[in-house]
Each structure stands twice: as C-alpha cells, then as structure tokens.
Design a protein around this ligand. Sequence first.
Ligand SMILES: N[C@@H](CCC(=O)N[C@@H](CS)C(=O)NCC(=O)O)C(=O)O
Length: 310
Amino acid sequence: MSQPILHHYPGSPFAEKARTMLGFKGLRWTSVIIPVIMPKPDVTALTGGYRKTPFLQIGADIYCDTTLIADVLERLAPAPTFYPPEAAGLTHIQSQWADSTLFWTVIAYTFQPAGLRSLFGNLTPEQLKAFIADRAAFRGNAPQMSVQDAVGALGLYLERLEAQLSDGRAWLLGGSASLADFSVYHPLWFLRQAAAVAGILEPHARVKAWMERVRARGHGTTDGMESQQAVEHAASSTPAPLDGEPFLELHGLTRGERVTIAATDYGMDAVEGEFVLSRPNELAIRRVDPRAGEVVVHFPRIGFRVQKVG
Ligand SMILES: N[C@@H](CCC(=O)N[C@@H](CS)C(=O)NCC(=O)O)C(=O)O
C-alpha cells in the first residue's frame, strides 16, 4: 500500500487534528498543501466536490472527514490505538462533541475583533474580504453564536475539561490517549493561534499541561508533494478492491445505484457517483474524473446524507 497523502494547509484546526493523529501513530506521510479558499481544482478532481480540509488519499482512494481518517489510520497502524477499551463508547461521544460544539464555540470566540487581528492581521484587506466571502458561503447549517455567548460557554467547557483531568490522569479519558484527545486538542490549538484572546486558557493548568502532551507527540515524518502530482498519482493507481464486502442496505438503496453524498452540517457540496460501499460507519462512491481517473471517495456515515440521483 502506498504512503498516505494528507491534503491540508497549516492554519486549519481539523488539519492539525489529522497531523497530530499521524504523529501519534508514528506514520510517515506525504504532505500536499491545498488552497485555503475556493477554487481548489486539484481538490475537486480528487474528491468530486467535497471541499473541506483535510482529506486523506491512499492511491485512488480518497477519505473525507477526520472521523473516517482516524479509522483509516487505525487500520494502517493499529498500535497505539485511538480507541482504548477503557474509554470505549466515550471516545466517540467526546470526540463528536469537540468536533462540533467545542469547535464552533471556539470559532465564535476567536472571531471577536482582537482574535481576528491575531489570526488574520497579515492578510491584505482584499484577502480578508475573499476569506470572509468564502466562509459565508461555506457555513451552511453551522451553529451561529454571539461572542458574548461564546465567552460564557467556552469558559465553562474549559472548566469541565480541567475537571476531567483533575484526578491527575494524563489523557482525557484515562491513562491512554484516545481519539477524544485529538478532537479536543485542535480547537484549543486554534484558540492559541488567536494569541490576543487566548488568555482564557491561562487559569486551566491541567488543560495546558495536557495540550503540551498532545503537542509533544509531533506530526510524524513527512515528504512533500504538489497537488497536481497527487492527482496524477490517483490516475495511475487503482482503488482498493471492495469485493465480498457486505453492503448495509438502508434508505432502500442498493449497491451500484447512482447517489450523491453530502455533509449535513456545512460545506454541503454533494459528490455524485456509484454507491459501492455501505458499512455501519463508512460510505463510499466510485466516480471517474477526467484528470484523476477512477477514484473511490469514502465518507463517515454520521454527518452525511445519501440521496438517490433522479
Ligand atoms: N467534519 C470535518 C470538518 C472539517 C472542517 O470543518 N474543516 C475546515 C478547516 S478546519 C474547512 O474545511 N474549512 C474550509 C476549507 O478549508 O475550505 C472533519 O472532521 O474533517
């Protein structure tokens, strides 16, 4: 199997989640830096329209969303695990809370004027305008929150995380790291980038020490690649075979039907193709792209909607 390729950009919190997950697994990976805003022609060639950051490529298989990327990395490198038995169930529950509620609370909090200056002070007014217009279109059903509400909520969330660590445990769910650590880490990492408003972390000594433990695991070892090369790599690869895979029939849809798959929260651009994989926690479609050739695009089941075409 070829080395995993992460398509990402440095300032993305979810990309930081993926980078720290790769570091935890001690994996060697290829880094492709993608644009921060649309258009992203090489991204679209590979994903068929999904535009969120990051995504993972293995040959001609494209894995969208960090929840699924975690499962793929777990298959590639089972140890150390993201899913320690002592935290079974809770791992996914806390991770889902952090990737949605905590993430959007941090976004609302950091996007107050002083935070915006820390984060985007280096952009020209035109670049900032383009970024704001891009993200307004991207927002979809994402939760909206005032800065005042976000200040109150974030303060409480940080207190709760501090309480979770109060028995001296090294990781959020016990003595072993789990996926929850990476999901809670990335919004707080982003908060730190907004230096002018990051003081809200200060009273939380255990949270800060825990963040340092996650950071210290690093990002793994990387090689670089241009996005165009990644498209060529997909074109010269064959998707992993899916023969003999059980197909979970929900919504009256069967294997081989033409469907679209789209996120239900935000960045809801639909990807169309032939429905080829339906596992309890994973969906995939096969599509043929003029540049990337035959690719299979995979999504987690939770947070995505499958619809029959026509
Ligand atoms: N549920 C997704 C969320 C990804 C996400 O929201 N990524 C942000 C960047 S942190 C994004 O796509 N922003 C727009 C863009 O990069 O074009 C995941 O877990 O990967």
